[in-house]
Design a protein around this ligand. Structure first.
Ligand SMILES: [Fe+2]
Length: 228
């Protein structure tokens, strides 16, 4: 059983690395992440044995994974489908945020992630690096925030909207890479379908996220909630 689990987690991580290699020229973040990953021992026998943890958002998670349509992402989608039940799924209940930060109702209602590489991961242990899968429920504003960790997102969902450096909202397709340098402000807006992505924090993983208040949060959230 452990061998089975290791094989699935290994396949998922290597499908992600493979996609990053193919698209390395599209993002500084991808090459920086690959540099860090190349220095790690990612052999299958290094995968730790952690009991899996399921989630109350299982249905939304399955829907999000089924929604990964882009052919170039099928390697990741298929290995994620197989690895899902072996992983440790967690919700962020302000663990990543500065004490008292208001991350918003939508985020609190449905956020989910699993860490494949990191200090508390269910794959490979690394003290100052995170690689995982992140999900948000439909009709969610993930409020503008910043952190000391340089961050790379690989969007798996069909489309998602991002507000980078407090500029205008922009739509990004499946397979796109979003590179947030350290302390760069960013927000994500999820419409009718759940959002799923790979995320990587390259360093400074212990520094908390800090929200960056923008005047339209309540208006956007009220509008999103009307449709739920
Ligand atoms: Fe972030």
């Amino acid at each position: 059983m452990l061998e089975d689990k290791r094989a699935h987690i290994y396949a998922l991580i290597h499908a992600i690395i493979n996609y990053l290699k193919i698209n390395e020229d599209k993002s500084t973040g991808a090459s920086l992440a690959l540099e860090r990953l190349a220095a790690m021992n990612l052999c299958e026998d290094q995968i730790i044995d952690t009991p899996s943890v399921g989630t109350r958002h299982e249905e939304i998670l399955s829907k999000a994974i089924r929604g990964i349509n882009k052919p170039a992402l099928q390697g990741i989608a298929n290995s994620l489908k197989r690895a899902k039940k072996h992983l440790v799924w967690r919700e962020d209940n302000n663990n990543y945020y500065q004490h008292g930060a208001d991350v918003g109702r939508g985020y609190r209602k449905c956020n989910l992630h699993t860490l494949l590489i990191g200090p508390d991961a269910c794959g490979y242990l690394q003290s100052d690096f995170l690689l995982g899968v992140f999900m948000l429920g439909p009709r969610t504003l993930y409020r503008d925030h910043r952190h000391a960790a340089p961050e790379l997102y690989l969007n798996l969902s069909d489309k998602s909207e991002w507000r980078l450096k407090a500029q205008d909202w922009q739509e990004y397709p499946a397979g796109s890479l979003i590179w947030n340098e350290a302390e760069a402000i960013h927000a994500t807006l999820v419409k009718d379908k759940p959002f799923i992505s790979v995320f990587i924090w390259l360093k400074n993983v212990k520094a908390p996220c800090i929200t960056f208040p923008v005047g339209d949060w309540i208006e956007i959230e009220t509008e999103l909630e009307k449709g739920t």
